[in-house]
Design a protein around this ligand. Structure first.
Ligand SMILES: [Zn+2]
Length: 143
């Protein structure tokens, strides 16, 4: 859990708080207004091979791994970046962007303080077996 007085790294452009989410477990919430099409922040973690990522994904229930290329992945399990808790939504207000091995988040529209930040995970390790509880109109139902 991050506290308001924890200094945030330069790559976290807007303050984000971790709090319980109605979507799944914990979520990442905007603490300040975020205009559309801005970089919100990043998550940094342990750089591992895709091969190692797939082994780790079978060993844990809550996967915190993003594949950033065909060979490299980042494991956020031990990261303290709040955006690692960003949940999936079928109608997200942000998007995940992988750029030069970094995992970045950009707002799709204006995000109000207190709003949960969500992205479309796209292809995930769950392979359509995890129920989606985002509650959005037109929810695909599964991740
Ligand atoms: Zn959904």
């Amino acid at each position: 859990m991050s506290t308001p007085d924890t200094p945030r790294p330069a790559y976290q452009k807007y303050p984000v708080r971790v709090a319980p989410s109605r979507i799944d477990g914990q979520g990442a919430y905007a603490e300040a207004p975020v205009p559309a099409r801005r970089k919100i922040g990043e998550i940094r973690g342990e750089s591992i091979s895709v091969q190692e990522a797939r082994i780790r994904a079978t060993r844990t229930e809550r996967v915190m791994i993003v594949e950033v290329s065909t060979r490299k992945a980042i494991d956020f399990s031990r990261s303290s970046d709040p955006m690692r808790y960003t949940n999936h939504s079928c109608r997200p207000n942000a998007r995940l962007c992988i750029r030069q091995g970094r995992v970045e988040f950009y707002s799709l529209r204006d995000i109000a303080p207190g709003e949960e930040i969500t992205v479309d995970y796209g292809e995930t390790h769950h392979e359509g077996r995890l129920a989606c509880r985002c509650g959005a109109t037109g929810c695909a139902g599964w991740l």
